[in-house]
Ligand binder design. Structure first.
Ligand code: PEP
Length: 255
């Protein structure tokens, strides 16, 4: 049984006081939500405060990125995976399309970051996903396969089993245009098959594959109904306690 994960990516939003206000309101809205793991990814500067406020709760913390080098070292501006762990996070988002698009991250960078994150004892949430022109040209699977094999290379089976994959079609991120549940399911099933070829049926069967791209309270139920969708990576709709709690509590909405 793969336990679902609903993760919120706050991107470059929320000061520390704003993050604290969110946590105060959100905690009570999901206090009884035991059907899934709940993760919040604040900006680096708020990780420690948010982690402290969430101690003993059913909500965990992720960073949105980590340095490729395990460090410590002379890498001005970088934050290592061990430092992220020290601040209280358990997860790290790696290879988000905004990092690939605006900060030049490649599959090589993603691979190095995955190794650094796993090396620090944290779990990477590895993002893959095609751009609109790739999908329109019929090469969506080819692109995602390249990102998987390029990013997830030189990993043992046990290291690979620490990874969460997030399928985030770039054309659906922040656009309000969600992939249909069927389109998402098709790609998730493809990703699981590829994981099977890379790491064996055991890892493929156990890996949680999240969908990301304009997930909202009104589309989460249909997405979660799909056999290979094991959760969501949520951007915009994770910024308000009420909408994020409604996504987390999709189970009660589907009854
Ligand atoms: C994201 O940032 O990973 C994301 C999926 O954003 P949104 O939900 O706003 O599309």
């Amino acid at each position: 049984m793969r336990r679902p994960i609903i993760a919120g990516n706050w991107k470059m939003y929320k000061t520390i006081p704003e993050a604290v206000d969110f946590v105060r309101a959100f905690k009570s809205l999901v206090v009884g939500s035991t059907h899934c793991e709940i993760v919040i990814a604040p900006v680096f500067t708020a990780i420690k405060t948010v982690s402290d406020r969430l101690e003993g709760s059913n909500i965990e913390v992720a960073a949105q990125d980590a340095a490729a080098d395990p460090g410590p070292g002379a890498f001005t501006g970088e934050v290592s995976a061990s430092m992220i762990k020290d601040a209280g996070a358990r997860w790290v988002i790696v290879g988000h399309s905004e990092r690939r698009q605006y900060f030049g991250e490649t599959d090589d960078t993603v691979s190095a970051k995955i190794h650094a994150v796993i090396g620090a004892g944290l779990s990477p949430i590895v993002c893959v996903g095609e751009r609109l022109e790739d999908r329109d040209a019929g090469r969506a699977e080819q692109v995602v396969e390249g990102q998987l094999t390029g990013g997830m290379r030189n990993l043992t089976e046990s290291e690979a089993s620490r990874i969460i994959v997030a399928y985030e079609p770039v054309w659906a991120i922040g656009t309000g245009r969600t992939a249909t549940p069927e389109t998402a399911q098709q790609m998730h099933s493809f990703i699981r098959a590829r994981l099977g070829s890379l790491f064996g049926a055991g890892v493929a069967g156990e890996t949680r594959i999240l969908y990301g791209g304009s997930v909202k309270p009104d589309n989460i139920v249909a997405l979660m109904d799909q056999a290979d969708i094991d959760g969501g990576l949520v951007g915009g709709a994770s910024l308000e306690p009420d909408s994020f709690a409604r996504i987390v509590n999709y189970k009660s909405a589907s009854r």
